[in-house]
Design a binder for this molecule. Structure first.
Ligand SMILES: Cc1cc2nc3c(=O)[nH]c(=O)nc-3n(C[C@H](O)[C@H](O)[C@H](O)COP(=O)(O)OP(=O)(O)OC[C@H]3O[C@@H](n4cnc5c(N)ncnc54)[C@H](O)[C@@H]3O)c2cc1C
Length: 521
């Protein structure tokens, strides 16, 4: 993952790429892995950092979606459960199973949810993560010691998956690169290039770091820009009607003491008809999410006070010690790229299925919707279509069993570096090389200098935000500590990337401004 080398190759290339992908989130990166592993020549442009958009802001669940069962969408649930199993097989360093408990305070809740979750078990079949069962009141308290016990009758436990979304994105970028794809961050597509018949045959892009404009040609152009997909479609057809119904989801991050046990809480029905989770994630607890339709898609969506109050109020119905604003270590928002199939005021009711649209004039392909869990299947379907459009020789998809970069089947033994998988040895070697790099970047963060150096050398990190938000996740663990660590991280990065003190000062200032948006008080 050498950005300069990739850009030089792209500029020097005289023949069209097989596939040009716009957008480096779950959808675009999944396609890059799929296409490159079939042997196609593929290039991907991401306007910011990989997973800077929705793909680093999810609830971090690899799940069938218990809720979609209730909506009667059995095929979507079955497909997602199979993908959940495949992702655990192919990236065991990034995925783990997790017990979820639906607590019951009413007599009917346990039998009602118990039956639904048995169906969920059955649909998972051979991909099952464990069988659901009824738990006594005491067992629920053992699993979730922080639960409100007043009126508690018991609960139902089921199993689903948990993963690190941004780390998976980085590992997909590395997997794609290893199979020959060119994936480049900080390259924004500014226009489509068309032939005399109006058929899309390339893109114009700007290297955000140098301001240089480049024209790149491809046999098929794929728009994988998630919530921004309509903006790209309008570059193609200015009058295109919107297909995206953007919906904002917010999570708050609390100290792990709020969910100290091994199990998560799942609330099947909040007041606004959503599912809410309170999940143990490494050293913190993540609670969310909301579902609020929004008109504009910002690259840094901000949570409203109303959303934060709603999450706290819902969580506090289930927690013995109430969480307050001053307990929030970080708050993050993301925008779901839901596909508009019908007019509906309630975005929670819109389909989580994916859609592939092909413009009849330009032949540009747009791939939208879906969810992280099903990114691989979505990529397979999209590359199959892209091959037809680009008239590429048919090669079968192999990603169902393709190991993702970092694959390691004993990652648990790697302790805090587990999510690096097979790269953990390289990170450790850096710590041994330089005692300063073995130190944590901040007293309240476990991330070390070695991880900053590793991110610059091997993971195409270009800004402090790339390191603190998506390579190390420090911004999500503790926004204040991340803000305080910015200068140290900037200096380590400057040395690796050959930047000066003005760059460090600019970077620190813009990161601190960004981090302020993740703090509540
Ligand atoms: C709150 C929330 C919780 C969720 N939780 C889960 C969950 O637990 N499990 C699950 O499976 N799914 C979950 N999802 C869904 C999942 O996160 C998304 O479906 C998925 O991340 C969408 O990926 P994407 O690549 O389509 O979009 P994005 O991740 O937004 O990627 C699109 C990319 O395109 C880039 N781009 C835009 N315009 C341009 C341009 N002109 N040039 C170059 N690049 C451009 C953007 O910068 C962006 O990085 C959740 C979503 C939300 C919002």
């Amino acid at each position: 993952m050498d950005r300069d080398r990739a850009l030089n190759t792209i500029v020097d290339r005289k023949v069209p790429w097989d596939i040009v992908i716009i957008g480096g989130g779950a959808t675009g990166l999944g396609m890059a892995v799929d296409a490159a592993s079939r042997g196609y020549e593929v290039v991907l442009f991401e306007q910011a950092d990989f997973a800077k958009g929705t793909s680093s802001r999810s609830t971090k669940l690899v799940h069938g979606g218990v809720r979609y069962l209730e909506q009667g969408n059995v095929s979507l649930v079955m497909e997602a459960l199979a993908e959940r199993g495949r992702l655990l097989q192919n990236a065991p360093h990034l995925v783990n199973d997790l017990a979820f408990i639906v607590p019951s305070y009413e007599w009917w809740e346990s039998p009602f949810y118990g039956v639904g979750l048995k169906v969920y078990d059955l649909l998972a079949g051979k991909y099952g993560f464990g069988r659901s069962r009824h738990l006594s009141r005491q067992k629920v308290i053992d699993e979730i010691p922080s639960i409100r016990t007043e009126g508690l009758r018991g609960g139902t436990r089921y199993f689903d998956g948990q993963f690190d979304d941004a780390r998976l994105a980085i590992n997909l970028a590395r997997t794609a690169t290893e199979h020959g794809a060119m994936v480049v961050n900080y390259t924004v597509v500014t226009a489509l290039v068309k032939d005399a018949n109006g058929v899309a045959q390339g893109v114009r892009l700007r290297d955000v770091e140098t301001g240089t404009d480049v024209e790149v040609h491809g046999k098929v152009i794929v728009n994988a820009t998630g919530p921004q997909a309509d903006a790209i479609r309008r570059m193609d057809q200015p009058a295109a009607t919107a297909v995206i119904a953007p919906s904002q989801g917010v999570h708050i991050v609390l100290d792990r003491s709020f969910i100290p046990g091994p199990s998560a809480i799942m609330v099947p029905h909040t007041e606004d008809g959503r599912v809410m989770f309170a999940i143990p994630w490494r050293d913190v607890a993540v609670v969310g999410t909301t579902d609020t339709p929004v008109d504009e898609v910002s690259p840094e969506p901000r949570p409203s006070h109303h959303e934060i109050d709603f999450i706290l109020a819902t969580a506090n119905r289930y927690l013995a010690r109430p969480a307050a604003k001053h307990h929030i270590k970080s708050v993050f928002a993301g925008v779901r790229p839901l596909v508009k199939l019908e007019r509906s005021a309630n975005t929670a009711a819109l389909s989580r299925d994916h859609a592939i649209l092909i413009d009849p004039h330009s032949a540009m392909m747009t791939v939208v919707g879906g969810k992280w869990t099903t990114y691989r299947k979505m990529a397979e379907d999209a590359v199959d279509q892209a091959c037809i459009l680009a008239e590429l020789p048919k090669v079968p998809c192999s990603t169902a069993t393709l190991r993702i970069h970092g694959y390691c089947d004993h990652a648990d033994a790697l302790g805090r570096l587990a999510f690096y998988g097979s790269d953990a040895a390289g990170v450790r070697a850096l710590m041994e090389d330089n005692t300063e790099w073995a130190q944590a970047i901040h007293a309240d963060l476990a991330t070390t200098g070695a991880e900053v150096v590793w991110a610059c050398r091997h993971e195409m990190a270009r800004t402090i935000d790339d390191v603190l938000a998506r390579r190390s996740r420090s911004l999500l663990y503790d926004a204040r500590a991340a803000s305080e660590a910015a200068e140290k991280v900037g200096m380590l990065m400057a040395e690796e990337l050959g930047r000066d003190s003005v760059w460090v000062a600019d970077q620190v200032e813009s990161f601190r401004e960004l981090a302020a948006g993740y703090m509540v008080v």
